[in-house]
Write a protein that binds this ligand. Structure first.
Ligand code: ACO
Length: 363
């Protein structure tokens, strides 16, 4: 017989832990559950750039146990093995690549040649290309470029821009968009909301905003959700007449309406009109989203996008998944510095489904 006041049963699996946490926060976590399940159906090889960090290894431990991905650890082999032992992690069968100890000269030169061919007309010498192969961001990106791994996760301990440049040089961007941007999924009480650009383009032009919107629409569709997109600003539908971000957002909407007439997108608008469809419809019945609440928010610049997601995350009112890097030719994702174990695990699941579906980009 059960007694009252008995300690709760230990949480057996990560999925159970997740359910319990999200139910406590009152957050709708259906999407992340679906993402993880999809990842498990066809796990992919993921290279982790910062495997000498305990938090990465802890996340990798979960990933292995749950069968979400097949990890490869990049880093100082001695340090990684020590961390595994000290913390009694069960990672003895996970391959480790130490750029100084276990990479042959032949391999280094093979990779360097590929990089040199890509960058020789952009000022890179062959010696520099060889030198870059001692850098985990270059080497890891090259593993994905050559198909030796399916996806790459980096950025945990370093600056976002120093991590993204090697990826841009090695893997490059999808020709179809010729553009990259970052997205966050915020799981909230009222479902999942997608935010972009939260990580890349600092002062976007109207065209850049339109490109970011197109990339984001594609990404949201990959999750089998119809994007209802609002381009945000501090003004509604042309109310502000001066120069600046409202005007760029308005111009971006014009570009989008011409190029993608079926896409549910409108703006510029303030965030309350984006999130409250009925209110928007009562004032602006001509708007393309009708009375639907927007589920995808495009910010007028990097400051607003980055600040907005961190505010939501900081207040604990939403669970953040990301940053999802959109537009790279192959799956490369760069964590925000000091990501939590949960964030690393979730990004791993995203990277796996990214690798599963990398070929398809429906608009
Ligand atoms: N889309 C497509 N290609 C791009 C983009 C883009 N948005 N940005 C750069 N590139 C290309 C360039 O054209 C260039 O190509 P090439 O060398 O083949 O000619 C290549 O990528 C590298 O460009 P660089 O000139 O070295 O890089 P750039 O100075 O343009 O910087 C970067 C790109 C690093 C992404 C820059 O935009 C940046 O620093 N963004 C802000 C990052 C940041 O600090 N984010 C906030 C924190 S992130 C967080 O909170 C998780």
């Amino acid at each position: 017989a059960m007694e009252t006041g008995v300690a709760r049963k230990p949480i057996k699996s990560w999925a159970a832990y997740e359910r319990e946490l999200t139910s406590r926060l009152g957050i709708d976590n259906k999407l992340i559950m679906a993402i993880r399940n999809k990842a498990k159906q066809n796990p992919k090889t993921i290279v982790f750039a910062e495997a000498n960090s305990f938090r990465i290894l802890k996340a990798v431990q979960f990933v292995v146990r749950e069968g979400i991905a097949e990890p490869i650890l990049l880093g100082n082999a001695k340090k990684i093995k020590e961390l595994i032992k000290e913390n009694q992690l069960d990672l003895d069968n996970v391959p480790i690549i130490d750029l100084y100890e276990s990479v042959s000269d032949e391999k280094r030169h093979h990779y360097a040649k590929i990089l040199y061919e890509k960058r020789k007309r952009k000022g890179m010498t062959y010696n520099e290309a060889v030198e870059h192969m001692y850098n985990r961001d270059y080497f890891g990106s090259m593993m994905v470029e050559t198909g030796e791994a399916d996806a790459f996760i980096s950025g945990f301990s370093r600056n976002y821009s120093t991590t993204i440049r090697p990826a841009l040089q090695v893997v490059g961007v999808k020709e179809k968009f010729n553009h990259i941007a970052g997205m966050y999924i915020m799981m909230t009480k009222r479902g999942s909301i997608f935010l972009a650009d939260t990580t890349v383009n600092m002062n976007p032009s109207a065209q850049t905003l339109a490109d970011t919107t197109a990339l984001t629409a594609c990404e949201v569709k990959r999750f089998n959700i119809e994007p209802k997109i609002a381009l945000l600003s501090y003004s509604n539908f042309g109310a502000y007449k001066g120069e600046g971000s409202p005007v760029r957002a308005k111009e971006a909407v014009k570009i989008l309406h011409e190029k993608y007439p079926d896409l549910l997108v409108d703006g510029e608008m303030q965030a309350n009109y984006a999130l409250n469809g009925k209110l928007r419809y009562s004032r602006y019945p001509f708007n393309k989203l009708g009375d639907a609440d927007a589920n995808t928010l495009i910010f007028p610049n990097l400051s607003s996008g980055n600040i907005a997601y961190k505010v939501l995350q900081g207040l604990g009112t939403a669970e953040a998944i990301g940053p999802i890097l959109m537009g790279m030719k192959k799956p490369i994702h760069i964590l925000q510095r000091d990501s939590t174990v949960r964030e690393i695990i979730n990004m791993t699941a995203i990277a796996v489904i990214d690798a599963q579906s990398n070929a398809s980009d429906e608009m």
